[in-house]
Design a protein around this ligand. Structure first.
Ligand SMILES: [Mn+2]
Length: 307
């Protein structure tokens, strides 16, 4: 058995990527040996989309020790399933910057597109593997989330071309409206604790200066989260101390306005301000035009903290 997994904790692109890539490989290689798994619990919009298109939540694999693995949507060990150091990695398919070292050659494919699901959809098209209506809906949803309904600077013309093809396969007439529907579920914080909000889309980065934890929440209305900011800052501070982070950041992105409110708990506030290019007031600052962790937030931080 070969297990396909996204990063930990998984987002929709990771889960939909694992499911659709396993299905693609099983079909194109006429086998049944590929199985999508999740490395930890799925978030609420992932659960919503899976249910909407009649998919079961993949089986949770807590530790990958001794298992054959394909990684999708990540290539850094710091974001990978537990036990990754003792797993047998056979392939990687990703759309993030490369930070990967391995003792033997493997299949390694990275494209600078907005979503790993776009790369997978292209494989279906190129190999003439049929995409079911449900599978098209699942893959489409992941691309819409990862590209922030095409508004993210990470979105490419290729992503838009694939979104259009998939919408017609999924029989979704208005993909922008459908994207907003998912973002409403995604940004609904009413049922979540501060910790769950911070961890819902969270990534670790091992910089030379120390461990950084960066979470992002995308919302269609900043006002909904505003009253929770004080509590969220306390929780960031708590996690920073308990887990020995150099810095914990949560940024709440208003996808309509195209800007983000940053909440920061850090050992070196002055340097963080330099990296963000703005002054923090009680650990907070709103930055216009900043909406992408990968393209806009981590590069500035790594310039200062990873050298
Ligand atoms: Mn992704």
């Amino acid at each position: 058995m070969i297990y396909i997994t996204g990063h930990k904790p998984p987002d929709l692109d990771s889960v939909a990527g694992a499911i659709s890539f396993a299905n693609f490989k099983n079909k194109s290689e006429k086998t049944n040996q590929y199985k999508a798994i999740i490395p930890s619990k799925v978030n609420q919009e992932t659960a919503y989309v899976l249910k909407k298109f009649n998919f079961k939540i993949p089986v949770l694999l807590k530790n990958a020790k001794g298992k054959n693995l394909i990684l999708v949507d990540h290539n850094e060990f710091s974001q990978a399933i537990d036990g990754i150091e003792k797993a047998n990695i056979i392939e990687i398919l990703d759309h993030h910057k490369v930070n990967f070292k391995y003792e033997k050659p493997i299949v390694f494919e990275v494209k600078p597109w907005g979503s790993v699901c776009s790369i997978i959809a292209e494989k279906y098209f190129q190999n003439r593997i049929k995409i079911s209506k449900e599978m098209a809906g699942l893959i489409l949803s992941a691309i819409l989330v990862d590209t922030v309904i095409t508004k993210s600077p990470t979105c490419t013309p290729k992503d838009i071309e694939i979104i259009k093809k998939l919408s017609s396969l999924a029989k979704i007439a208005d993909w922008k409206k459908f994207g907003m529907e998912i973002f409403k579920v995604r940004s609904s914080v009413v049922n979540l604790s501060s910790k769950e909000i911070i961890k819902s889309d969270f990534k670790d980065f091992d910089f030379k200066a120390g461990k950084f934890g960066i979470g992002q929440v995308e919302t269609v209305d900043l006002g909904e989260i505003k009253p929770l900011e004080g509590k969220l800052l306390l929780e960031l501070e708590k996690i920073k101390k308990a887990r020995n982070y150099h810095t914990m950041i949560l940024f709440i992105t208003d996808i309509i306005k195209g800007g983000s409110e940053f909440l920061v708990a850090s050992n070196e506030q002055k340097k963080i301000e330099k990296a963000l290019g703005a002054e923090l007031k009680q650990g907070r600052v709103y930055l216009k035009g900043i909406i992408s962790r990968k393209k806009q937030v981590t590069p500035g931080l790594s310039k200062i903290f990873d050298r």
